[in-house]
Design a protein around this ligand. Structure first.
Ligand code: KIV
Ligand code: ZN
Length: 515
């Protein structure tokens, strides 16, 4: 008998985006969604349309283009959330409404200030309302990991009767441990009449570092959908990481009763894309997608791997896409090769004009560094580079001086608003500090700098530096990125990118923040 199918539900664009500073533009979501589709993710949760117009538009844009994956939209359990969610996914070839309400005593009493009966009534109404608009409805019991099992059974039976076909059991606060969580899934499957007629799903957070372990234990107990994110992005410590779930199930086919349809060779590209767009770096020792995940440093290991690979390797680097991204282009590469590689990477180029401008930037970069890698192309084609006219602040030029015994100095010229050029200079404890102070003297944003990090995008001393800057102002947190072979210029770009995000408008509603 063939193995059962394990549905991979990716929520990078929704739960992942709830990480402070990880919010994405419509185009960024669009690019990630295309990569997820290419990877053959079954369901892409594209966002929470009731949060803002921007979120609505982003979900709609994803629903319009994605053909091979189901596109899901999140909605709290009331009509005013379900309605825009239904509208946003209307263009999808296959769409799903994912509605939820909290079911634990602490959430119902302290957050929702509702009785269990009121919660049950809202859940039932929301599923009923959603089913009038679409067949595919998923219901989640938020904080199910800490909810009373008898109440879970009551509410699940009710929403099942209303037509929910996927029941999701989230460990919202990452409190469970694998045996206990698996036991919960077993019990629910045993107690709910006709439980084999629904798809049981799990959604685990990583507060105790157990999100993947809990999800896999649930799969052993009968769950057939796992909600997860690329690089484990998500609220607080994040969600279960997609790449770890997929590779665990694939590598241990001897014990798992199911398999996914994921094209694992797309994993590394997806990881880099998400990391580049959100500015959340991947730790080097992260399983599957960390830079060291397949590097054998210890001599004894290298010796073993050379003699017989399986001595120390349980997976092959190329199976998850590590070798697909070696050197791709160089100084002598032509426009056709450039265009072809962008297409292979799933980067859409809107017009010949955009392509020509990108090719000019590519040639400038190729003059500075010999080998151009896929990561360089992603940085070269990021939205902020391609559509600088959407930026309120734009770097025209910068200069700095740093000498032993001297206080570092920087000067910048920025285009502000509709093009008014402003010049500023400043001194600081280092060149980065000086350039940020010069920008601040124009922007006067009054933000707090929460994080500054710089990473080499590729290897070699001529690599581009990718800088991430995290700024906070009045409870809003944004990340900015910038890339350049000169890290001071990359820093200035990153700082401006963050300021532009703050300038772009108000924050969004967090679906789990209460009503
Ligand atoms: O963590 C959670 O409970 C969620 C739900 C909205 C599914 O993200
Ligand atoms: Zn979540």
């Amino acid at each position: 008998m063939g193995k059962e199918h394990l549905i991979i539900f990716d929520t990078t664009l929704r739960d992942g985006e709830q990480s402070p500073g990880a919010s994405m533009t419509r185009d960024e979501k669009f690019r990630i969604a295309r990569q997820l589709e290419k990877m053959k993710v079954d369901v892409i949760e594209a966002g929470f349309p009731a949060a803002s117009n921007g979120d609505f538009e982003a979900v709609r844009a994803v629903a319009e283009v994605i053909k091979d994956s189901t596109v899901a939209a999140l909605a709290r359990a009331f009509d005013k959330d379900v309605e825009p969610a239904l509208e946003a996914i209307k263009p999808a070839r296959s769409g799903r409404i994912h509605t939820f309400i909290a079911t634990s005593a602490i959430h119902m009493e302290k957050k929702l200030r509702m009785t269990p009966d009121e919660v049950l009534a809202d859940a039932r109404n929301a599923v009923h309302f959603a089913r009038n608009g679409i067949d595919n409805v998923e219901f989640s019991c938020e904080d199910a990991g800490r909810s009373d099992i008898d109440f879970l059974c009551r509410i699940i039976e009710a929403v099942f009767k209303e037509g929910a076909s996927v029941i999701n059991i989230p460990d919202t606060v990452g409190y469970n441990v694998p045996e206990q969580f698996a036991d919960r899934i077993h019990k629910l499957r045993e107690r709910i009449p006709n439980s084999d007629k629904v798809t049981w799903s799990v959604h685990c957070h990583n507060d105790l570092g157990l999100a993947v372990a809990n999800s896999l234990a649930a799969v052993m107990a009968g769950a057939r959908q796992v909600e997860c994110t690329i690089n484990g992005l998500g609220e607080r410590a994040g969600n279960a990481s997609l790449e770890e779930i997929v590779m665990a199930v694939r590598t241990r086919q001897d014990i798992f009763p199911c398999e996914t349809r994921i094209d694992a060779t797309q994993i590394v590209s997806a990881s880099r894309l998400v990391s580049g767009i959100t500015g959340f770096p991947v730790q080097p020792n992260k399983a599957i997608v960390g830079a060291n995940a397949f590097a054998h440093e210890a001599g004894i290991h290298q010796d073993g791997v050379l003699k017989h690979r399986e001595t120390y390797e349980i997976m092959r680097a190329e199976d998850v896409g590590w070798n697909a991204n070696k050197m791709v282009l160089g100084k002598h590469s032509g426009r056709t090769a450039f265009k072809a590689r962008l297409q292979e990477l799933g980067i859409e180029v809107e017009s010949e004009q955009v392509l020509n401008a990108a090719f000019t930037r590519f040639k400038e970069l190729a003059d500075k560094k010999h080998e151009i890698f896929d990561e360089d192309l992603h940085a070269l084609m990021s939205d902020d580079v391609v559509t600088p006219e959407h930026e309120y602040y734009r770097l025209i030029s910068s200069g700095f001086r740093s000498e032993t015994g001297e206080t570092p100095y920087a000067q910048v010229i920025l285009a502000v608003g509709t093009g008014d050029e402003q010049h500023a200079e400043a001194r600081g404890s280092g060149p980065v500090d000086a350039v940020f102070k010069a920008i601040e003297s124009i922007g006067c944003s009054g933000t707090d700098l929460l994080l500054y990090s710089v990473n080499a995008i590729t290897t070699g001393t001529d690599a581009q530096g990718e800088v991430t800057v995290r700024l906070a102002k009045a409870g809003r947190v944004v990340n900015g990125q910038g890339a350049d072979t000169d890290i001071i210029v990359a820093s200035a770009k990153a700082y401006l990118n963050a300021l532009n995000k703050l300038h772009a408008g108000p924050g969004r509603v967090n679906p789990q923040g209460g009503t």
